[in-house]
Design a protein around this ligand. Structure first.
Ligand code: SF4
Ligand code: SF4
Length: 250
């Protein structure tokens, strides 16, 4: 996976994009905090807490708008770690036969986000972490969030889990993550979509670590200036920088 190291400041208006992304992050955090305050005051429980990180090995999808924002905040050392992680993501995308296998193998073989400080359990990019990291809250204990957690349950424990996520209003019926807190991030996702269309002429979504790495790859950045989805994909394929599992264009 060829990688280089200079943001193309001319291709898009970075300042406008990163400012709007951070504004959307602030708005989400404020609304989530209000929701949590009311939920806990009424007796609800959220299990996420400082130092808890079992969820930080999940694949994470972000927008190019977020990738630019995150890239802007990284130290050289953090960027190098992200590059290495992106290489593993690239290999996993090529080895996996389908999306389910890709997601499962991400947790098994790609592993924890390199921005995680495993000693403290804290996120070293907390202020600029992606919206997906922000809107993931667990309504059940953290061991349910670990890789393969459900496959380790006995059949009766699994039935109990399924009953709980189906019956409690706060869940979406399938998982123990708190649905209203995910729903609150929808305006941010829509905002990023409109922002990319307005500033870049197309939407670019994909893997967190791969897209962040590509913000500093001049060939990738230049390909996006073609603006036409088909042409961009063709160019990225020629450059050997495209895999549909980790880059999606609209
Ligand atoms: S989602 Fe799960 S693993 Fe992540 S912080 Fe919350 S409880 Fe911990
Ligand atoms: S950015 Fe932070 S919160 Fe998100 S996966 Fe990485 S370490 Fe975890």
């Amino acid at each position: 996976m060829p990688v280089c190291c200079a943001l193309d400041e001319d291709a898009v208006n970075h300042k406008t994009i990163t400012k709007e992304v951070r504004k959307a992050y602030r708005k989400y955090d404020e609304q989530a905090s209000n929701w949590i305050e009311q939920y806990t005051a009424e007796g609800g429980r959220i299990y996420c807490q400082a130092g808890c990180f079992k969820c930080c090995d999940m694949p994470i999808r972000i927008s190019w708008a977020e990738a630019l924002t995150i890239s802007e905040s990284l130290t050289d050392e953090q960027f190098t770690k992200i590059q290495r992680h992106a290489n593993k993501v690239w290999v996993n995308a090529h080895k996996s036969k389908n999306s389910d296998e890709y997601a499962e193998n991400h947790r098994k073989f790609v592993g924890f986000c390199p921005l995680l400080d495993k000693t403290s359990g804290g996120c070293t990019l907390y202020g600029d972490r992606p919206i997906r990291c922000r809107d993931t809250y667990s309504g059940m204990p953290a061991h349910f969030c670990g890789a393969g957690a459900l496959s380790k349950l006995s059949s009766s424990e699994l039935r109990q889990y399924q009953r709980t996520v189906r019956s409690a209003e706060v869940f979406d019926g399938y998982s123990h993550y708190i649905a209203p807190l995910e729903d609150l991030s929808l305006p941010a996702w829509n905002r990023f979509s409109l922002l990319m269309k307005r500033e870049m002429g197309l939407e670019v979504w994909g893997d967190f670590w791969y897209l962040v790495t590509m913000t500093r790859n001049p060939d990738f950045v230049e390909a996006l200036t073609l603006k036409n989805r088909r042409k961009v994909i063709q160019k990225l394929q020629e450059l050997g920088l495209y895999h549909e599992e980790i880059v999606q264009l609209d």
